[in-house]
Design a protein around this ligand. Structure first.
Ligand code: F6R
Length: 608
């Protein structure tokens, strides 16, 4: 979602800001802008579209200034337009701000500022910040920002500059990430460490309600009570080397092909074969609470939510826990029974998803144990949880989540195995799960070698405008995730349904123009799935099956089949999703869609 970069140092700011914006593009946005200060004047450039459009607009302007701020905007308040793009300025055009998050009380503030004759140029909530700073400014930008944020409700990561405050970038954080990058005689602000590489790997994270002033000679950090704070510099991993497509046409395809490795990383060093159990260092501090756990509520969004739905089946298979799964954006409105014997488990690739953050904050208030499975180390969700497990899957740049989903499924299985072994599953059952987990990377590789076959089928189905994905039990969330992959990157309408529900409504959609993707495993639902497929065939529907090898009857009744290796039912979704990821990818590619940055989507969804 929106991205921020700020710079002050000895280089010209504009190229650094543009480069930083390009590194934030993967997050998703619809307009961009920058402001550079020089000789007591601000130069502000904004453009709808991509960072390269902004670059083109700015090419003729040399902008020698050494400090500035820039932003990629994902529209919330007001459509994508030049006026609504950040940075926003005050009336005198001396102050420029960029903002991520939502100012919830902006209408009240705007009314107050309009009464004081401030003139607004955009429809955004963010512009009030620039005008409030103007109200409070009397020569000291830091104090003006401090007074401003004390009036703001909502979430924000803000960076501000003033044309008269030489080489000073003031940043502040509440709920929306913003970090400091420490270079050699230069300092950076960014919403995401990716923007700062390759300039520096030294970063300082801010907590909520902290602010910092960066200037050419150094920086200082304060809380909102105006007290100085000392913070450690952390060295972040050089993700720059990883931000390379390595010869693949898209990050999504590269990340699909990284799954044998990311799955292995999810369980490497985490299996105790001799005891038939898993070992999750991140959960050690809460081991005693896990032993007495009665209930687990999984909260997450999108693909992570579908992983959560599978988590329910996995925990139910391996443990005695009562499991509930909630879409994070609904969680805080529910009256769920949560107490100290309940764990709330957040699943999140980015660790920044605002809905998931809000859900676990609410659960924390109610006294639950907060656990997480998060990919981004040190992210906001990772910081809030009491204990958790990292995916260690490497960065995921494609907006459509692929390798993190399968990694989440493996870690959910490890967690369920750990708790299940406290609660009664046998050594033999535990060992069987471990052996099956160990085989997964090889089995995924095998599916990937079938890519050309999957591609051929995908191209054959690319003509259709609607799809139904169906499955039962473990394959039901897989159907929903398969449908999500197709719709988000190819813009084709697709619905994931439990196969048993077909006859209660959706079957009326079926005709020769409405194909079905049926996910079928040789588990207790096999015969019922065959009947559901027959019902579709009887109504002239075309059926593509993703099926476990060896189920020959599938081949007889379906039009097309993609075969996958067989594993334990709880792990079968890890394998079944791989062809569906490739199926969506090749259809989107055939349609010429922007696969890594689908329209309207963002990689980190930092607004509720
Ligand atoms: C879909 C997708 C999204 C995310 C969702 C949650 O491919 O990537 O649905 O899964 O926005 O994001 P995280 O996992 O970062 O909390």
């Amino acid at each position: 979602m929106c991205g921020i970069i700020g710079y002050c140092g000895n280089k010209a700011a504009k190229p650094v800001l543009l480069d930083g914006l390009k590194r934030l593009e993967y997050r998703g946005y619809d307009s961009a802008g920058l402001a550079v200060a020089d000789s007591n004047k601000l130069a502000v450039i904004r453009a709808v579209g991509k960072v390269c459009d902004l670059e083109k607009k700015g090419i003729a302007r040399p902008l020698p200034g050494h400090y500035g701020i820039a932003h990629t905007r994902w529209a919330t308040h007001g459509r994508p337009s030049e006026e609504n793009a950040h940075p926003h300025c005050d009336c005198q055009e001396k102050i420029a701000i960029v903002h991520n998050g939502i100012i919830e009380n902006y209408l009240d503030l705007k009314e107050e500022l309009l009464a004081k004759k401030h003139v607004f140029k955009s429809e955004t909530d963010s512009e009030v910040v620039a005008h409030l700073i103007e109200e409070y400014y009397s020569g000291d930008l830091e104090m003006a920002v401090l007074k401003t944020v004390q009036r703001l409700e909502g979430t924000f990561g803000i960076a501000a500059i003033h044309a008269d405050n030489d080489s000073q970038v003031v940043i502040v954080k509440r709920g929306s990430p913003i970090i400091i990058g420490v270079g050699e005689n230069e300092y950076f602000a960014a919403s995401d460490a990716n923007a700062l590489l390759p300039y520096t790997q030294k970063i300082i994270s801010l907590n909520d309600d902290e602010m910092a002033v960066l200037h050419a000679a150094g920086y200082h950090i304060k809380n909102l009570n105006n007290e100085f704070l000392q913070k450690e510099i952390e060295i972040c991993e050089n993700r720059d080397a990883l931000a390379d497509k390595k010869g693949f046409e898209h990050f999504m395809l590269k990340e699909i092909f990284e799954q044998p490795e990311s799955i292995e990383n999810a369980f490497r060093g985490r299996l105790i074969e001799s005891e038939g159990v898993s070992k999750l260092g991140g959960l050690e501090p809460v081991k005693e609470r896990l032993k007495s756990l009665k209930k687990i509520v999984i909260v997450s969004c999108g693909t992570s939510y579908y992983a959560g739905l599978l988590g329910r089946y996995i925990f139910e298979s391996l443990s005695e826990l009562h499991v509930e799964v909630e879409v994070a954006s609904e969680f805080r409105y529910r009256k769920l029974k949560i107490d100290k014997n309940t764990a709330v488990l957040a699943l999140s690739q980015s660790g920044e998803t605002a809905d998931t953050l809000a859900a676990i904050r609410e659960a924390k208030r109610k006294g639950a144990l907060i656990l997480g499975i998060v990919n981004v180390v040190g992210s906001a969700i990772a910081q809030i949880t009491d204990a958790g497990v990292y995916n260690h899957a490497g960065p995921e740049f494609g907006v459509a989540s692929t390798k993190i989903y399968t990694s989440q499924l493996v870690i959910l299985t490890l967690m369920a195995l750990l708790i299940g072994r406290y609660q009664g599953i046998s050594y033999a059952e535990g060992s069987e799960v471990i052996q099956a987990i160990k085989k997964l990377p090889r089995q995924v590789k095998k599916i990937l070698t079938d890519m050309e076959h999957i591609k051929k089928i995908a191209l054959d189905y690319a003509q259709y405008k609607d799809f139904l994905f169906i499955g039962r039990l473990f394959n039901y969330p897989t159907a929903m995730e398969g449908a999500l992959k197709l719709k988000e990157i190819s813009y084709i309408h697709a619905e994931g349904y439990p196969a048993g529900e077909m006859k209660h409504g959706p079957i009326s959609l079926i005709d020769e123009q409405f194909p079905t993707v049926a996910i079928v495993s040789r588990d207790c639902t096999f015969e019922k799935m065959l009947s559901n497929i027959q019902e579709i065939k009887a109504r002239s529907g075309r059926v593509l099956a993703v099926a476990s090898q060896g189920s020959s009857r599938i081949g007889d009744i379906c039009d097309d089949v993609i075969w996958v290796p067989e594993t334990l039912p709880i792990l079968q979704p890890v394998l079944n999703i791989i062809p569906l990821q490739l199926f969506a990818y090749f259809i989107a590619r055939h349609k010429g869609c922007d696969i890594d940055k689908p329209r309207n989507l963002a990689k980190s969804v930092t607004v509720e």
